[in-house]
Design a binder for this molecule. Structure first.
Ligand SMILES: Nc1nc(=O)c2c([nH]1)NC[C@@H]1CN(c3ccc(C(=O)N[C@@H](CCC(=O)O)C(=O)O)cc3)C=[N+]21
Length: 303
């Protein structure tokens, strides 16, 4: 068997085209151009590249974005004040604090200063809790992007065995909740899991977000499985690879996401989706209901 490639750039492009239309419509209808504020603390070059890419993606669909930079030793109070100003700014609909923060910063305190209505990363406790009970305002971008990839390829989730490798707050745990919401049977594995293969081999859908190159080998994957690789690892030779042995596993899986060009571009796309959704919400709260977007299916919904 040779797996079909789930092309995150292509799916992302299709969604971004629709966002572009919706952004233009919202700008015209309510003169509210969606606005995203990105806060970057410190001088991590990788973070800078990610932030630049996100802002470029915003520009492509007509979302205004503002970069606010702080040195790594910015006092906590200054940071919180800056976030509070953005919370009160009617031209800003989404706020993103680029992670990881430099050491010594209290990540929780920073994330929880963000207004839940502007928390387009979905990292605030309220939105995490919303995900648990099924009525979140914003879903975290990476697992949200994974769901959109599956939906786009019409891969059913209900009743299927989903194994998630990685239990982080930003990928593994919210991924598990989204899959449970769709009536999958979910196993979550992590660094302390004994005999990982015992769980991965059961998976109809395998989502890997561990940050370990070649963690998933062909013998660990069931024939015909759908394999979603969330890992991003930079090898010493400069190559970017996921957590899955792509060559080997492609021969066994029915669908597979590549790295690069799989989940990564979808993460950025879902940030745009959440920012659009935040702007719509703002307009509705200040001016009352707005007509539904032109598209029959609401891209901002988790489904
Ligand atoms: N507050 C916050 N929100 C985030 O969403 C967030 C964050 N902090 N910190 C870092 C991680 C990582 N992340 C990625 C986004 C896009 C790609 C992406 O576009 N990847 C390309 C390749 C990019 C490259 O060449 O390096 C791809 O997979 O094709 C990857 C990773 C968002 N993150």
């Amino acid at each position: 068997m040779s797996a079909r490639i789930l092309d995150g750039r292509m799916i992302g492009r299709a969604i971004r085209n629709r966002i572009k239309t919706d952004v233009a419509e919202l700008s015209e209808l309510a003169s509210a151009t969606p606005g995203l504020a990105v806060i970057l603390i410190g001088d991590d070059p990788a973070s800078r590249v990610y932030v630049t890419n996100k802002m470029k993606a915003c520009a492509d669909v007509g979302i205004r974005s503002t970069l606010i930079e702080y040195p790594k030793d910015v006092p906590a109070e200054a940071l919180i004040q800056s976030i509070e100003r953005l919370n009160d700014d009617p031209t800003i609909h989404g706020i993103l604090v680029q992670l990881p923060l430099p050491p010594h910063h209290d990540v929780r305190a920073v994330l929880h200063a963000i207004s839940i209505e502007k928390d387009v990363d979905g990292f605030h406790l309220y939105n995490v809790g919303g995900l648990v009970v099924g009525d979140t305002i914003f879903s975290p971008c990476t697992p949200f992007g994974v769901m959109k990839i599956l939906d786009h390829a019409r891969i059913p989730v209900e009743g299927r065995n989903v194994t998630i490798v990685g239990a982080s707050n930003i990928v593994g745990k919210p991924m598990a909740l989204m899959m449970m919401r769709r009536d999958a049977t979910v196993a979550v594995c992590h660094a302390k899991t004994r005999d990982l293969a015992q769980y991965t081999i059961l998976a109809d859908i395998l989502v890997v977000a561990a940050g370990v190159p070649n963690l998933i080998l062909p013998q660990m994957v069931r024939t015909g499985a759908v394999v979603i690789d969330v890992g991003i690892n930079r090898l010493p030779d400069g190559r970017l690879v996921g957590d899955v042995d792509f060559e080997g596993v492609s021969r066994k899986a029915s669908f597979i996401t590549p790295v690069p060009g799989g989940v990564g571009p979808m993460t950025v796309t879902m940030l745009l989706v959440n920012t659009l959704s935040a702007a719509r919400r703002f307009v509705e709260q200040t001016h009352g209901p707005i007509p539904a977007p032109v598209h029959p299916e609401d891209i901002t919904q988790l489904a």
